[in-house]
Design a protein around this ligand. Structure first.
Ligand SMILES: O=C(O)CCC(=O)C(=O)O
Length: 197
C-alpha cells in the first residue's frame, strides 16, 4: 500500500479508495475510471471466501485507511450507507491492535438502562487485534454506529474495508445491470493508483 499514493482524508486519516464514483446524496453511481480492486487483494478475497460467513461475499469496493497518533487520526461514530452498500462490511485490521467503538443512542429496553435526556447511550469497545478480520452485519451494521476514537490510536494502524452491493444492484434488483458491470470491474483486480515519485 505504501508504494501507492495516500490521499489526505478527514480527521487525520489518509485514504486509498478502489471503487466506483458515488454521489450518495443524489444516489448516482458512475463507473468513472474504476478499474477494479487492487491486484494484491485477489488472494485476500479468496481467503475470505473460505470463512462460512463470507462464502458468497463479492466485494465491489475496497477502502484502505491509514491512522496515526501523530495526525490525531480517528473516525466519528457513523452508519455506512445502505442504498448502495449491502449487508456485510468486512474490515481487515493491520499493523497494530485497535478498538472499534460501537454505540447505540437508544439502549435496548432489555438492558434496563432507560434513556435519560442529555445522557449518552451505550458504548461497547470491540478489540480488533492486528491481522484480524471483522464483519459488521445485522444490527451491528444497521443500528449500532461504529467509530475509532482518537485516544485508541496509539500506533500507526492501516485497515482495508470491503463492501458488497445492496439488493437493488444484485440480480432481480432495479439496478442489477449496473451492479453486474461494477462487480465485473471490481473482481478483475485491475486497480492501481498513481505510483509514488
Ligand atoms: O477503521 C475502521 O475500522 C472503520 C472504518 C470505517 O468505519 C469506514 O471506512 O467507514
Amino acid at each position: 500500500m505504501d508504494e501507492d499514493v495516500w490521499m489526505q482524508s478527514q480527521s487525520g486519516r489518509r485514504k486509498q479508495d478502489f471503487g466506483p464514483k458515488v454521489n450518495f446524496k443524489k444516489r448516482k453511481v458512475r463507473l468513472g475510471s474504476f478499474c477494479g480492486l487492487p491486484g494484491t487483494s485477489r488472494d485476500l478475497v479468496l481467503r475470505m471466501l473460505r470463512e462460512p460467513a463470507l462464502v458468497d461475499f463479492q466485494p465491489v469496493e475496497q477502502c484502505n485507511l491509514d491512522y496515526h497518533p501523530q495526525r490525531g487520526s480517528a473516525i466519528d461514530p457513523h452508519l455506512d450507507d445502505s442504498w448502495l452498500w449491502g449487508e456485510r462490511l468486512v474490515t481487515i485490521n493491520m499493523l497494530s491492535d485497535a478498538t472499534l467503538t460501537m454505540s447505540l443512542e437508544e439502549p435496548p429496553a432489555e438492558l434496563g438502562l432507560g434513556r435519560v435526556e442529555g445522557e449518552a447511550g451505550v458504548d461497547v469497545a470491540v478489540p480488533l487485534p492486528r491481522r484480524s478480520l471483522v464483519v459488521l452485519h445485522g444490527e451491528a451494521r444497521h443500528k449500532w454506529k461504529h467509530a475509532i476514537r482518537r485516544g485508541d490510536v496509539r500506533a500507526r494502524r492501516v485497515c482495508s474495508t470491503f463492501r458488497e452491493l445492496s439488493a437493488e444492484f444484485l440480480p432481480g434488483g432495479q439496478q442489477a445491470e449496473l451492479g453486474a458491470q461494477l462487480l465485473d470491474i471490481a473482481l478483475s483486480f485491475g486497480g492501481s493508483r498513481r505510483q509514488k515519485q
